[in-house]
Design a protein around this ligand. Sequence first.
Ligand code: CUA
Length: 329
Amino acid sequence: MRRKLPSFVLVLLVALATAGVAAAGNGGFAPIAPHSPNASRITDAYWVVFGFAAFVAVLVESILVAFIIKYRSRGRSRAVEGAQVHGHTRLELIWTVFPVLILAVIAAVVFYELPAIDREPSAATNPIHITVEGHQYYWQFDYPNGARSIGTLHVPAGAVVDLKVVSSDVIHSWWIAALGGKIQAIPGRTNHTWFQANQAGVYHGQCAELCGVFHASMLAGVQAQSLQAYHAYISKTAPATIGQQEWSGVCATCHGNLGQGGYGPAISNNTIITQPAALAGILREGVTGTAGAMPPVGNTWTDGQIAALVRYLKKNIYKPASLGATSGG
Ligand code: CUA
């Protein structure tokens, strides 16, 4: 029975380790399925590092457990010394050279993958250039023809998309895991990244740099669609839904989905939200006051964007106080 214990423990450990990998298929500690060449290469590098790490972990832990059992005291008194062992040159060489080889392989793989992670394919003709601007607490996208959207970036599936990443206030981090690595949006600096979505669909992401109280609400999305659908979407300088995008992606974060108030005051019955000029002043300049401040969330918004927001607010959010809507102001 005692002889069988070490092998039993070893089998148990291997089973546990492989069960973890199997369960991870996705949604566990495995990276999200890649849908862009750079994301694929990041995932490849991940699995190489993971493979070595898992192998070393299982090996070391198994030997540790085996030695704990083999060299236990067996009722010997604490004062009695155990068997004396001396150096073992070959063993020491192995555990020095082996890790060096592993690190060399990992470094080689990473340096092989890096260039194609960093740079878009040189064969790419006419990548689509889009500016991604980080704001507390939303992402704004400017398309080549001057169109603009908020929250969700629309691109043609299969096209190489070159992103210019900037920030208008604090440091944010653009990250759509299925489409590549993180890139910081830093005030006063322009960063670049790229992706090529290999199939139509919506890819979700999240600001990956703590940027303030609503960092967690700073979601990002990329909608990859057909070329026709993409062109239809950006055909108007302000896409038809821009007012709704501004409301749900920007205003609602602080003022609540219905304008009922939250971190910011209730605004659903405030007449200012129906007045383009007054609203533009608040959005572009912000508000300072003893009761709290509102940042200039719309400091880069056009008149067209603000008009679209007012249209949306009048239709969907504004509830005159006399009709018995929520109170506040
Ligand atoms: Cu923006 Cu976190």
